[in-house]
Design a protein around this ligand. Structure first.
Ligand code: CMP
Length: 138
């Protein structure tokens, strides 16, 4: 069990002005920010980040969406971070997400689902390293 996870606030949420409210919910749930940046992915970068999904039918849609506007990338710390963060954000499909979760509150669809959360300690490390150097973590 690791104490770090990685998240992105996705373009649907940054465009709607939900960034502050989402960060507030994350911090109030006990996660400490260890690294954070506001940036925008190119199609190529979005494809590399989601390379594991390259063969899925929704890959093109996912890459188009994730490069369509700004995102906030962050490394978060808390005991049991990966699992607790996935509980906080709720199911991938907001229609199936529990009441009060970030996706239930802020997401519109399975594709435009407001936030990403790493699904394992291994992927949390890979995804954090995708965005942040050692000099950008505190
Ligand atoms: P995320 O947790 O960022 O990881 C992969 C993403 O692929 C997922 O959230 C969704 O945004 C997206 N995704 C998963 N399933 C579908 C689908 N059936 N149609 C469109 N996008 C999807």
């Amino acid at each position: 069990m690791s104490n770090r996870t990685f998240t992105m606030i996705k373009p649907d949420a940054t465009k709607k002005g939900d960034t502050g409210a989402i960060l507030d919910q994350i911090i109030k749930a006990g996660f400490a920010v260890k690294a954070m940046k506001w940036t925008k992915l190119t199609q190529e970068q979005a494809g590399l980040f989601y390379d594991i999904h390259r063969e899925r039918p929704f890959f093109g849609e996912l890459v188009d969406f994730m490069s369509s506007g700004p995102i906030v990338a962050a490394i978060l710390e808390k005991d049991n971070a990966v699992e607790d963060f996935r509980t906080l954000i709720g199911a991938t499909n907001p229609a199936q997400a529990a009441e009060g979760t970030i996706r239930k509150r802020f997401a519109a669809s399975i594709g435009e689902n407001a936030v990403h959360g790493s699904d394992s300690d291994e992927n949390a490390a890979i995804e954090g390293n995708f965005f942040f150097s050692a000099l950008e973590r505190f």
